[in-house]
Structure formats: structure tokens, C-alpha cells
Design a protein around this ligand. Structure first.
Ligand code: NAP
Length: 292
């Protein structure tokens, strides 16, 4: 049943994420038109109530808000450039994962063509869309965000980060950076215990509990980083941390595995110690990333 509070929405791209978004919009009563480059991927969403369009241009004519959820920045331009005239006067939401500068470039492109632009970063996997825990970060046009807020909230919690169109992607990519480095650490750890015949499945619950416990200290790390004072409150200094990381690298080497995931942070610590900051707090490693 169509909910009259929702404006019609078009979804361009029916990969795993596009299908999840379209299904959820339809379920929320949003009139939804869909298009995908490769035909035949719309069967389920059409069965649920979406309207299928044969071309991207035709799909755009069906929605006030056009959501692009494609592979990458290049595919967004490949899809949207030829239909810029149809998009003119419409509202565009880019939910494709694009780097902050790419989102800003897309906003400039949209402005040139008279398109009101909102960017978004999806903090969820397709199965989470529309369920508790799904979160989407937005930045760019607040007009677009507010106009479609009920529809956006059907997809997950909707938070507006500001009018800089690159901000949502910046937060998104920062969170993904935390996630991937955590996974890298887990892979190295699982390889390490694996050398003693311990299955990754046996190790995982203990690793999850440990990483969760350590994550609770992030606000303290953040407070020291933001203060810029790395000598006032020193929980672990850089010399201590270096010896711990050297021992971890030794353990990996002894076990016959490589230690690339750990090497990232170990190299930062080494550089800080070499620069004479050994007595400063571990948190000073962030300055090595900034080239200090
Ligand atoms: P996917 O399953 O690989 O689907 C990619 C989509 O992009 C398909 O619809 C594909 O169309 C289309 N596409 C690729 N190149 C194209 C081109 N040159 N022109 C037109 N269409 C093109 O990916 P997905 O999981 O749906 O992800 C879509 C976006 O959401 C990505 O940016 C991804 O980073 C982001 N995202 C995904 C997840 C996730 O867990 N899946 C989570 C957060 C964010 P065809 O069917 O024709 O190939």
C-alpha cells in the first residue's frame, strides 16, 4: 500500500545493496522505481511492488529522489552523465561508497546540472537494511535529507553530518578503516594460534571479547589525542609499546608467519621512538601519520 507521506523514489543499481534498499522502501510504502544495467535482477523487487524501468533515464522520470547505489565513483558517472538532463531539477542521493573527494566532485557535477545533491555512507550490510543496527550517514543538501527523511529512516537510522558533501563519506571511510585494520589483526592472530593447531573458530569468541574490552578505552585515547599533550597522562609510553610490538613481531616470525597487519602500527611507534619521543604516550603514534 502506498504511503502518501512518501515522495516517489528511484533506485539505480540492483546489486545486493540496491535490492535490499528497494525492497525496504517498497515495504515502507514508498513508491519505488528501479533500474539495473544488467536486466533480470529486478524480479524480486518488482514482485514486491516496485516498478521496473528499461533505461536509467526512464527510471529517473519515476522518482523525485534518485538513489544511485552502484559499484564505485566511475560507475556513478557512467550511469548519470548521459542522463544529466533528466536529473536536472531532481534530488539525487549517492549511496555508492565513494571517497570524500569523489563525493565532493559529484556534488559539484550535480550543481552544474541543477541537481540537489545528498551523499550517504551505509553502515550496514544488505541483510541489516531496514532492521535494528542499520545506520546511514548523510551530508550535503539538508533540503534533500529533510524532504525524504521518513523514507530514509525506513532504511536505518538517518543522521545528517553537515552540508559538506564529503563528510558522510569521511566518517564512513574512517569507520571502515577501523574495521579493516581490526580484521587484519584478527587474521594475523588466527594465523598465529593456527600454528599450534587452534582453529580460528575456537579463537574467535575470545578475540571478540578482548577486542570489545579494549575498544572501551577508545574515548580515553581520543581525549589525549585531542588534547595534543602526550606527556601529561601516560598509560603506556612509546618505549614500552615498542618492546611489546617487537615481541609480537618476533612471535610471528618464530611461528613462520608474516606480520603485515601489526607492522602498520609498529612502524609508527618505531618512528616516534627514533624521533626521540620514547617517553611520550602511545597515543602520540597518530602524529607519525600526520608526518610529525
Ligand atoms: P554489487 O552487488 O557488486 O552491485 C554493484 C551494482 O553496480 C550492480 O547493480 C551493478 O550492475 C552496478 N554497476 C557496476 N558497474 C556499473 C556500471 N559501469 N554502470 C552501471 N552499473 C554498474 O554491490 P553492492 O553490494 O550492491 O554495493 C553497491 C554499493 O553499496 C557499493 O558502492 C558498496 O560499497 C556499497 N555498500 C555495500 C555494502 C555491502 O555490504 N554490500 C555495505 C555498505 C555499502 P550489474 O548488475 O549490471 O553488474
Amino acid at each position: 500500500m502506498t504511503n502518501t507521506q512518501h515522495h516517489p523514489v528511484t533506485v539505480l543499481g540492483l546489486g545486493a545493496m540496491g535490492r535490499a534498499l528497494a525492497q525496504t522502501l517498497v515495504k515502507a510504502g514508498v513508491p519505488t522505481t528501479v533500474w539495473n544495467r544488467t536486466p533480470g535482477r529486478d524480479a524480486e523487487v518488482v514482485a514486491a511492488g516496485a516498478v521496473s524501468a528499461a533505461t536509467a533515464g526512464q527510471a529517473v522520470r519515476g522518482g523525485d529522489l534518485v538513489i544511485a547505489v552502484l559499484l564505485d565513483h566511475a560507475s556513478v558517472h557512467q550511469t548519470l552523465d548521459p542522463i544529466a538532463a533528466e536529473l536536472s531539477g531532481k534530488q539525487l542521493l549517492n549511496l555508492t561508497s565513494t571517497a570524500p573527494e569523489q563525493s565532493r566532485e559529484l556534488a559539484e557535477w550535480a550543481a552544474v546540472h541543477g541537481i540537489d545533491f545528498l551523499d550517504g555512507g551505509i553502515m550496514a550490510v544488505p541483510s541489516m537494511i531496514g532492521a535494528d543496527g542499520s545506520s546511514i550517514l548523510y551530508s550535503g543538501s539538508e533540503t534533500v535529507f529533510q524532504a525524504h527523511r521518513p523514507a530514509l529512516e525506513s532504511l536505518g537510522s538517518a543522521e545528517f553530518f553537515g552540508t559538506d558533501p564529503g563528510l558522510a563519506a569521511l566518517w564512513d571511510f574512517a569507520l571502515l578503516t577501523s574495521m579493516y585494520t581490526m580484521f587484519g589483526g584478527f587474521f594475523q592472530a588466527a594465523a598465529l594460534v593456527g600454528t599450534a593447531g587452534v582453529p580460528a573458530a575456537e579463537f574467535a569468541p575470545r578475540a571478540a571479547a578482548w577486542v570489545s574490552a579494549m575498544a572501551s578505552s577508545l574515548p580515553r585515547y581520543a581525549r589525549i589525542i585531542d588534547s595534543g599533550d602526550y606527556t601529561g597522562e601516560v598509560f603506556q609510553d612509546l618505549v614500552f609499546t615498542k618492546s611489546a610490538l617487537d615481541a609480537l613481531r618476533q612471535a610471528a616470525s618464530d611461528a613462520g608467519i608474516t606480520a603485515e597487519p601489526l607492522s602498520g602500527i609498529a612502524d609508527l611507534v618505531d618512528r616516534q621512538v627514533a624521533a626521540g619521543h620514547g617517553a611520550a604516550a602511545f597515543e602520540r603514534s597518530i602524529e607519525a601519520l600526520r608526518g610529525h
